[in-house]
Design a protein around this ligand. Sequence first.
Ligand code: SAM
Length: 254
Amino acid sequence: MSSRLLERQKRSFDGLVDSGVYDADFDHAPAAKSFVGDVLRKVSPGLRQASLSVLDCGCGTGAWLAYLHEQLSHVGIKDPRLCGFDLSQRMVDVAQDKLSRLTEPADLRSGNVLEPRSYAFDGLEGGFDLIFTYDVVQQLPRGRQLDACRRIVAALAPGGLALIFDNDAETRFGRRMGLRKFLTRYCGLRLVPRYYCNAAYPALERIRQRLDGEAGMKARIMVRADGVKRAMVVERQGDVAQSSAAGTAERRDP
Ligand SMILES: C[S@@+](CC[C@H](N)C(=O)[O-])C[C@H]1O[C@@H](n2cnc3c(N)ncnc32)[C@H](O)[C@@H]1O
């Protein structure tokens, strides 16, 4: 991804914070939260109960980390370590404010989903138990989206789980939105907010097919009832004892 494109993305999301589209009170729609909650409940039996480490890649204002904290506590997982990074420093500033009671300031910082060093957090050299990302893969050029997903799952601890939420370009909704973005960008019609046009929905099912079976990964897709949003759930198989993320804590049987 060229540095010019990265700079443009950074500026665009910094600008959305400065113009008030994103702030500490920003929250997701009920349908979005309910889908994330459903997915989390379904996968939670496979998560360790103690010392769970969570990473949100492209964490934005921290809205999802706050929600994950709440939802995990409903399934008995208390005090997870919450980490996040985002390309936009302005987003990170908001997240640090919003999550000041749940995280250490150093655990929220700027980073790029494509860069290995963005996944390095003190004490978590063995990887993360749960990696979450929402509408971030779509921010990358199509040619880098599989790389981004590979990078994300490579940061999992053995036995860890990645939840990659996005839309799929190759669905009815994906094609309709593609057309609306095209008409907004090139024909002057205001069918979607202008900044939507920078996002390219990934071909999520194709990415799933590529990841499934690669390096001990198992990948499946869960679909929201309205068919709009999808969660690609990637499990890294392996021996939990190798994870330095949580020392000697036990993982529950799935
Ligand atoms: C649509 S927003 C979603 C924010 C957050 N995930 C949420 O759902 O509330 C996309 C986010 O991805 C971030 N982003 C874009 N490109 C990125 C990259 N290469 N690495 C990390 N974050 C990125 C943006 O700065 C922005 O915060």
